[in-house]
Design a protein around this ligand. Structure first.
Ligand SMILES: Nc1ncnc2c1ncn2[C@@H]1O[C@H](COP(=O)(O)OP(=O)(O)OP(=O)(O)O)[C@@H](O)[C@H]1O
Ligand code: NI
Length: 324
């Protein structure tokens, strides 16, 4: 069953007299218990997409259009009070810098308790404490963390606390925006492994925002490849990674080191993301694409649907040049 359906979502930032099309016509279906990776290079609109879904964009400068249905409601038009009830309880988010929001002068346990009590009233101190210890244990932190100050924690421990906070009300959908990016590879791997085990136990659905395809490969079942505000390819991880069709996805996969550990040159994709304040009617990747044809410059490619609902927005995917 779909837990969230994003339909034709677009976000425009109004910045210094320009209209920046940060997210353009994005549609996504997230099924219950999916772990969907949103992957793409810096500036491709991943965070904007997450913020739009959560309606956290600054209203004065950002304008979102489209539909985000979640639990039968459209998050984009839901009255603020109803939306507040959903946040944390149903929908939770962890950012890369989530922990910066914590006060340096209060102990972790007390801060967790304060956050918990905003939504849960009428629960005794003892019960709350035991719930917080249980949460710490869930993310593999020892009890003593309850009595530590933020500066006494390592980066990995901090992110674990942030994840514990996001889980405190058993959310249905958890959005992680580069939540493990700043960590060393070993700690990141451990946290991802723990996340996967935890969400299987708790029945959580996860949206994982990252620029790192190997994070998606190791912790997600679905992937959406985003570039310059558009989703270029999406499908099951096993299909997209084994059979990438879009030239951009192929480039992204080439630019990460091999999973088997063999040495390979890390090759970036030449060029950079286009100016999003300039309207584009063709394929947004065309100017960097080594296979671009005339039609790519003037006509926006529609989604080509391959077996397994593997979707690709590329003229080549639908044309004669594509061999399955
Ligand atoms: N407040 C803002 N005002 C104007 N433009 C913005 C604002 N925030 C983001 N943008 C622009 O929107 C585009 C998408 O940015 P976004 O942060 O969503 O990308 P991202 O994929 O999350 O990148 P990163 O991987 O670096 O976090 C970029 O071109 C960015 O410059
Ligand atoms: Ni981002």
């Amino acid at each position: 069953m779909a837990i969230m359906e994003v339909k034709n979502l677009s976000v425009i930032y109004h910045a210094s007299g320009k209209r920046v099309a940060a997210v353009s016509d994005v549609s996504l279906t997230i099924e219950e218990r999916d772990a969907i990776g949103i992957v793409g290079e810096s500036g491709s609109g991943k965070s904007t997409l997450a913020m739009a879904i959560l309606r956290l964009l600054p209203e004065r400068i950002a304008q979102a259009q489209g539909e985000v249905s979640f639990e039968g409601a459209d998050l984009l038009t839901l009255p603020a009070e109803k939306l507040n009830q959903l946040r944390w309880k149903q929908l939770a988010v962890v950012f890369q810098k989530s922990m910066n929001a914590l006060s340096p002068v209060h102990k972790i346990g007390m801060q967790m308790t304060d956050v918990y009590r905003i939504k849960e009233t009428g629960i005794s101190k003892r019960e709350t404490r035991s719930k917080m210890l249980q949460l710490l244990d869930m993310v593999n932190l020892p009890e003593r963390v309850y009595d530590l100050y933020p500066h006494e924690l390592s980066g990995g421990m901090m992110q674990r606390v942030a994840i514990a906070l996001s889980l405190m009300h058993n959310p249905k959908l958890l959005i992680l925006d580069e939540a493990t990016t700043a960590l060393d590879v070993v700690t990141q791997g451990q946290i991802l492994e723990e996340m996967v085990a935890l969400e299987q136990k708790l029945g959580i659905t996860r949206m994982m925002i990252t620029h790192d395809m190997s994070v998606v490969a190791s912790s997600c079942n679905k992937v959406a490849v985003m570039y310059a505000g558009r989703i270029l390819e999406t499908g099951l991880v096993k299909d997209v990674l084994a059979n990438p069709v879009h030239p951009y996805t192929k480039g992204l996969l080439k630019s990460i080191p091999s999973f088997t550990g063999e040495k390979r040159n890390i090759r970036g994709i030449p060029g950079s993301i286009p100016d999003l304040s300039v309207p584009n009617d063709g394929c947004i990747f065309a100017e960097r694409c080594e296979h671009a044809m005339d039609s790519c410059l003037i006509e926006k490619p529609q989604d080509m649907v391959l077996p397994g609902n593997h979707r690709v927005a590329c003229h080549l995917a639908g044309g004669a040049a594509y061999v399955s």
